[in-house]
Design a protein around this ligand. Structure first.
Ligand SMILES: [Fe+2]
Ligand SMILES: [Fe+2]
Length: 315
């Protein structure tokens, strides 16, 4: 860890503590007495730092001296690192185990901390990648699940399923996944295989239960039976399937994608209600709108939303 000293407009980093040295309470006191607010690490040590954060996540989440935002930030950083690893090697039992520990920590944060709604929304990314989308799904799903008064073990399954819902995409050629523009019929057929591919990857994992798997297999099923892979509808879709369908669309619409810029939450919700309502369970969509209300802080960050171009808003 390094101390930064600014002199004549130049910054210098001075070694404070080596990686193998113990950061004792006395040294901490010394920093406090010198009013040092921040220590720095070398960018080449980022990975080590993230691993340290991941190992200590439980203590970070339980630390009464840390703000809700700091805890949410640490949870998001750790999730980014582990979701990237997970998508790189989706068959690794170790990564699934890490995901399950992360879920325990975030569920405890969501249940114990009253400010998680705003702090978690604040740290979520607004750019669409499979890994950020997976984390956003899990975060928004857990907050919505808490709003719906789900039990802690149900939240565990919901959060896990949401985090892993698109893992089957790793089996599809990346040129199809990241293609900008209209997909050919063949490409769309390939995309439609990802829920089943995800199920095949996860089905035998002891820490991914049946409820989580419902999300993996059903998150593209529509309420009116027009979705995929099975074209089931209504009550044949599990509650978690319905929840994941809503949040999957919502997160995609409110994130910057290569072919479309992010919409504001209100514009996305209006479009979901006006133009896509057959895809969703009506009652749950209404609950989701009430849960989100005008509170998603991402609303401030939109500069190019199409709110006033929606047919229902033109005069
Ligand atoms: Fe998907
Ligand atoms: Fe998705």
């Amino acid at each position: 860890m390094f101390l930064r000293s600014d002199f004549n407009g130049h910054s210098k980093y001075i070694l404070f503590c080596r990686g193998n040295e113990k950061f004792s309470p006395e040294r901490r006191e010394e920093l406090i007495s010198r009013n040092v607010q921040r220590l720095y690490i070398s960018t080449k040590d980022t990975d080590k730092y993230l691993k340290y954060q991941e190992r200590n996540l439980k203590y970070i989440v339980e630390d009464k001296n840390k703000s809700s935002l700091e805890k949410s930030g640490a949870l998001y950083q750790v999730a980014k690192n582990l979701t990237e690893d997970l998508l790189d090697s989706p068959r690794s039992g170790n990564h699934i185990e890490r995901a399950s520990t992360w879920i325990n920590n975030i569920v405890s944060h969501v249940l114990k901390d009253e400010d998680t709604f705003s702090s978690l929304f604040e740290v979520t990314s607004h750019d669409y990648h499979t890994y950020t989308h997976s984390i956003n799904m899990s975060v928004i799903g857990l907050l919505f699940g808490k709003y719906l008064s789900l039990k802690p073990h149900e939240l565990d399954s919901l959060g896990t399923g949401m985090l892993l819902h698109d893992i089957g995409k790793v089996t599809i050629p990346s040129k199809v996944i990241s293609k900008v523009g209209r997909l050919t019929e063949e490409e769309f057929t390939a995309i439609k295989k990802h829920p089943k591919a995800g199920l095949d990857l996860l089905e035998y994992r002891s820490n991914v239960d049946g409820l989580s798997l419902k999300i993996v297999i059903q998150h593209h099923e529509n309420h009116d039976g027009t979705g995929y892979p099975y074209g089931i509808g209504g009550s044949d879709i599990h509650l978690f399937g319905h929840i994941s369908r809503i949040i999957d669309v919502y997160d995609a619409m409110t994130s910057n994608r290569p072919y479309a810029s992010a919409k504001r939450p209100f514009a996305a919700l209006s479009e979901m209600k006006e133009k896509m309502s057959v895809c969703f369970n009506e009652e749950l969509l209404r609950e989701f709108i009430c849960f989100l209300g005008p509170k998603d802080p991402r609303k401030k960050l939109r500069t190019t939303d199409k709110l006033y171009n929606l047919p229902s808003f033109t005069k």
